[in-house]
Design a binder for this molecule. Structure first.
Ligand SMILES: Cc1cc2nc3c(=O)[nH]c(=O)nc-3n(C[C@H](O)[C@H](O)[C@H](O)COP(=O)(O)O)c2cc1C
Ligand SMILES: [Fe+2]
Ligand SMILES: [Fe+2]
Length: 397
């Protein structure tokens, strides 16, 4: 995709990444891809805003060169130091050493740590403006959206907010950058939620603080560093982010995430009975086999639904390991205040439930119910599972 003008004199010059399998070395994006969006503001003075990961440096520099000679760049604005936005900084510095890096004071320290860059760096303060003629950049400190050094950059004349990770999402560009041209809004919204929960959710308070801080700033275009550029309905992605961030403290939605794992199908049989019970109560349910589905895809459901039912057998005196892993990640992502219940099979002394109960406590999830059964489920066990699911779902209402 060549450079794209997003507003007169303002260009997208990012790259699509369809070859990285794991974002942050952790979250699968093999199928969905991701974009590293970067921008040129081409005034009398010229600025690059954000860069990209250190893949496809040639393509990135080709995009820049379509718009401006790199040697005529005056500034490089670094909103965020994570290497998905700074990876090609060393290369750019070799090519365009004259361009002054503009960034926060925290990022200045990181520039030294990551790239040993100390020269030609200028720290910008919260609210400070910079004339590019006719464009005017304003820097807005938004710490912890996603790292402590993070800021956003607002272009005042065209009302473009370069929000970096904020309002971003997974999903490489499918032929267009823009929310009004893309034919797969559902895909981008789903992938924005997955990105939010995987990457940003632990910083939900700072996200809400940033949204509040930007209240009253007239924004015509939200130009994040990952995912769609929102020019038709920029409020849409802000509202989604506000809603998702709100789930960290307030009530999430009425729904059950039914997590199960099963070695020989015993807990799985009961899972089906439990799902039936939840459905009878008219509550939406999302089912995940924790042994097969990567936790990246499970987290959005746990984030959005207020109920989590855990079904897994005992394994060597403890909870089935893939289930323990998913609950551990939920704790690391600070998914709190859910209602939960456990079921699972065992063959001798059990132990799965005990570990679940401990994990639920440290997650600050309220345990409503549990039941265990010996080996394969009897008819009675299946009936019990159905009632257990129904009662759990009723209790959520
Ligand atoms: C590797 C392995 C370890 C197990 N460890 C325990 C255990 O420590 N305590 C126990 O009560 N049952 C243990 N079991 C028995 C299982 O919990 C039991 O077979 C259960 O029915 C499996 O349910 P599933 O078909 O849903 O996987 C173990 C089974 C396997 C295969
Ligand atoms: Fe980041
Ligand atoms: Fe990022």
């Amino acid at each position: 995709m060549p450079a794209v003008e997003i507003r007169p004199g303002i260009y997208w010059i990012g790259v699509n990444d369809r070859t990285t399998d794991l974002f942050e070395g952790l979250w699968p994006i093999t199928h969905e891809g991701v974009s590293y969006n970067a921008y040129v503001v081409n005034g009398k003075k010229k600025a690059l805003i954000d860069l990209a990961k250190d893949i496809k440096a040639d393509e990135f520099l080709d995009h820049v060169t379509e718009i401006v000679d790199p040697l005529s760049l005056d500034y490089v604005v670094i909103n965020h130091m994570e290497p998905d936005h700074t990876g090609i900084l060393t290369t750019l510095r070799r090519i365009a050493p004259q361009a002054t890096i503009l960034t926060t004071s925290k990022a200045q320290e990181m520039l030294q740590g990551f790239f040993q860059i100390t020269e030609n760096v200028q720290v910008v303060e919260d609210g400070e403006t910079l004339e590019l003629d006719p464009f005017v950049l304003q820097f807005v400190s938004t710490p912890f959206v996603h790292w402590p050094e993070t800021m956003m950059t607002y272009e005042q004349t065209q009302r473009v907010l370069f929000s970096c990770d904020g309002f971003g999402g997974y999903g490489a560009m499918q032929g267009t950058l823009f929310d009004d041209e893309c034919s797969s809004a559902d895909f981008y919204e789903r992938e924005s939620l997955r990105y939010y929960v995987n990457i940003v959710a632990a910083f939900s308070r700072p996200v809400l603080r940033a949204i509040d801080k930007l209240e009253g700033v007239p924004v015509d275009v939200i130009a994040p560093s990952h995912g769609l550029v929102w020019r038709k309905n920029p409020a849409r992605i802000v509202e989604l982010y506000r809603k998702w961030a709100g789930y960290a403290q307030g009530e999430p939605e009425l729904g059950v995430t039914l997590l199960y794992g099963s070695m020989y199908g015993n807990s799985e049989k009961v899972m089906n009975a439990v799902a039936q019970g939840v459905s009878e109560a008219g509550v939406p349910v999302e089912i995940f086999d924790v042994g097969r589905i990567h936790v990246s895809y499970i987290l959005p459901a746990v984030w959005v639904n207020k109920g989590v039912i855990v079904g897994a057998p005992t394994y060597e005196g403890h909870l089935f390991p893939p289930m323990a892993h998913v609950l551990d990640i939920c704790e690391r992502k600070r998914i709190q205040n859910r209602k939960t219940a456990y079921f699972g099979s065992y063959a001798w002394s059990g132990g799965g439930y005990g570990e679940f109960s401990e994990l639920a406590k440290s997650l600050k999830w309220e345990e409503l119910d549990h039941f265990t059964f010996h080996g394969g489920p009897t008819r009675e066990d299946l009936k019990h599972g159905e009632a257990f699911g129904r009662q759990f779902a009723e209790a959520l209402k």
